[in-house]
Design a protein around this ligand. Structure first.
Ligand SMILES: O=C(O)c1cc(=O)[nH]c(=O)n1[C@@H]1O[C@H](COP(=O)(O)O)[C@@H](O)[C@H]1O
Length: 270
C-alpha cells in the first residue's frame, strides 16, 4: 500500500481537508432518537458513513464512545472501520494510545497491521511515555502504509502544564514536533507522521512545519473557528486536517442535513 502521507494528500486534493469525527456521545444518540446501546451505535455510525462517503477525505471515529458499550460496542467499531474504508473513506482512529515499547507493539498490531480486523489508515498516539516509546507504531505504519498522529499541543485547557514545560531551550511539545520533522524529512508530498494541534491553542508558539499532516481538532463545539485556523495555520495550510465532531453530528440524524452541515464547513475552509 502507498504511504499514508501520499494517500492522504491525494484524498485531500479530491475532497478537501475536513476530517469528520464519529463521536457517538450518549446525548447525540438521544437527540437522534436512538438507544444508548450497541444497536443505537450501529445505526448512528452507519448513518454517518452513508452521509460522509464521497464528501470528506477522512473520518475519525472516537474509540471511547464505542468502548463504553463493551464488547458489543467494539464490534460496532470494527464494522464501522471496515464499512468506512470500503466506502472509500480514510479512517483515522482516535484512540490516543501510548505505552512501554513492547506493549505499544501490541497496540500497533491491533490498529496498523494488515492482518488485523481493526486495521485503520492512521491512529492517534500519546508521546508522553517518551517519543521513542512510539517506535513500534512508526515501524508498523511504515510497513503497512499507515499513519500516526502524535499529540503535540492538545485542545484542552490542561494540556499546557505538560506540553509547555521546558526541556532546556525547548518545550516538550516543541521536542515532539522536532522528532516528527526528523521522521518526515525528505518525504513527498508529505510524510506519514502527523501532529495533533488544537484549533483552540490561541497563539502558536511552536514551529508546526513538520512536512507531515496536522490534525486540528476543536473546530465547532470547542469554540475554534475557520478564522482561527487561517490565522494560526495559514503558512502550513496544505498540511492541515481541521476536525469537527459534534459541530457536524448535531445536524443529524437526517442524511441530507448531515451532508449540508459538512458542505457548509467544507466551503468555509475553501
Ligand atoms: O486527538 C484528537 O482528535 C483530539 C485531540 C485534542 O487535542 N482535542 C480533541 O478534542 N481531540 C478529539 O477531537 C474530538 C473533538 O470533538 P468535538 O469537540 O465534538 O468536535 C474528540 O473526539 C476529542 O477526543
Amino acid at each position: 500500500m502507498a504511504p499514508f502521507g501520499e494517500r492522504l494528500s491525494a484524498a485531500v486534493s479530491t475532497y478537501g481537508p475536513l476530517c469528520a469525527g464519529i463521536d457517538p456521545h450518549a446525548s447525540l444518540l438521544a437527540d437522534w432518537g436512538l438507544t444508548d446501546d450497541a444497536a443505537g451505535l450501529a445505526t448512528f455510525a452507519s448513518t454517518v458513513i452513508e452521509a460522509l462517503a464521497g464528501e470528506v477525505a477522512v473520518v475519525k471515529p472516537q474509540s471511547a464512545f464505542f468502548e463504553r458499550h463493551g464488547a458489543a460496542g467494539v464490534a460496532v467499531l470494527e464494522r464501522t472501520i471496515q464499512d468506512a474504508r470500503a466506502a472509500g473513506l480514510l479512517v483515522l482512529l482516535d484512540v490516543k494510545r501510548g505505552d512501554i515499547g513492547s506493549t505499544a507493539a501490541a497496540y500497533a498490531d491491533a490498529y496498523l497491521d494488515a492482518a488485523s480486523p481493526m486495521q485503520v489508515d492512521a491512529v492517534t498516539v500519546s508521546p508522553y511515555l517518551g517519543f521513542g516509546s512510539l517506535d513500534p507504531f512508526l515501524t508498523a505504519a511504515e510497513r503497512n502504509g499507515g499513519g500516526v498522529f502524535v499529540l503535540a499541543l492538545t485542545s484542552n485547557p490542561e494540556g499546557p502544564e505538560v506540553q509547555h514545560a521546558r526541556i532546556g531551550e525547548r518545550t516538550v511539545a516543541g521536542a515532539m514536533l522536532d522528532h516528527l520533522r526528523e521522521r518526515n524529512a525528505g518525504a513527498t508530498p508529505q510524510g506519514s507522521y502527523g501532529a495533533v494541534v488544537g484549533a483552540t491553542v490561541g497563539e502558536l508558539t511552536e514551529d508546526v512545519a513538520i512536512n507531515g499532516p496536522l490534525l486540528i481538532p476543536g473546530l465547532g463545539a470547542q469554540g475554534g473557528t475557520v478564522a482561527d485556523l487561517r490565522r494560526l495555520f495559514g503558512p502550513v495550510w496544505d498540511h492541515v486536517l481541521p476536525a469537527s465532531s459534534r459541530g457536524i453530528l448535531s445536524a443529524g440524524p437526517d442524511v441530507s442535513a448531515l451532508r449540508k452541515a459538512v458542505r457548509a464547513v467544507r466551503d468555509e475552509l475553501g
